[in-house]
Ligand binder design. Structure first.
Ligand code: HEC
Length: 170
């Protein structure tokens, strides 16, 4: 008799806990549903950002904000690092490297009398702000096989100052 009583009790307890579990489950489900909505929109935002590759996002932000405060005078100082190999005058003199007068917006490897490396000929792009910005950070990395032996300008602000100076050469 005692045994039966016990099993009845335990069945009752079991049922009771089912209801409790059910409530917990149901309650949690409600919360998770709400959660999904929030997470969903967040994930979308993150996906959007990921769509533009990280580099693109970085350069976009960099270029806009950094060029806003770029300084041509500072760029002239930095250009001394280039002047051993490059002429900046409108005489378009060829030195170790091609002349840089009007280089911003110019097609790459376009100076007829200059003997460019195969790598730079193959590169085949316009020297936009953005391209110069990337190239000058680490020329040998950006255009593998270039014969421009220069370590690059690691500071974004230095590059922006220099490119602003180059833009003024026209
Ligand atoms: C040690 C010499 C040297 C220095 C220093 C140097 N360059 Fe060059 N540069 C070259 C040579 C050589 C080339 C041609 C590269 C090739 O054909 O692969 C070149 C090519 C270039 C080009 C491509 C031009 C074109 O007509 O397509 C740009 C832009 C450029 N250099 C910018 C710079 C800037 C800006 C600096 C200074 C921050 C600099 N270089 C420093 C030697 C140099």
């Amino acid at each position: 008799m005692n045994k039966y009583f016990l099993s009845v009790i335990s069945i009752l307890i079991l049922f009771q806990s089912f209801t409790v579990f059910d409530e917990i489950f149901f309650y949690e489900e409600k919360i998770t549903n709400k959660g999904y909505v929030v997470i969903d929109s967040e994930t979308n935002e993150i996906d959007k950002l990921k769509d533009l590759s990280e580099e693109k996002v970085e350069t976009k932000i960099d270029l806009e904000s950094i060029f806003k405060v770029a300084n041509v005078e500072k760029g002239i100082k930095i250009s001394r690092q280039c002047s051993a190999c490059h002429d900046f005058s409108n005489n378009l003199n060829i030195k170790v490297g091609p002349p840089l007068w009007g280089v911003v917006g110019r097609k790459s490897a376009v100076i007829a009398d200059y003997k460019y490396s195969e790598a730079l000929k193959d590169y085949d792009k316009n020297w936009t702000r953005n391209e110069l910005f990337m190239f000058l950070e680490n020329p040998k990395e950006y255009i593998k096989g270039t014969k421009m032996i220069y370590k690059g300008l690691s500071k974004a602000s230095d590059r922006a100052n220099l490119i602003s100076y180059l833009e003024s050469l026209r």
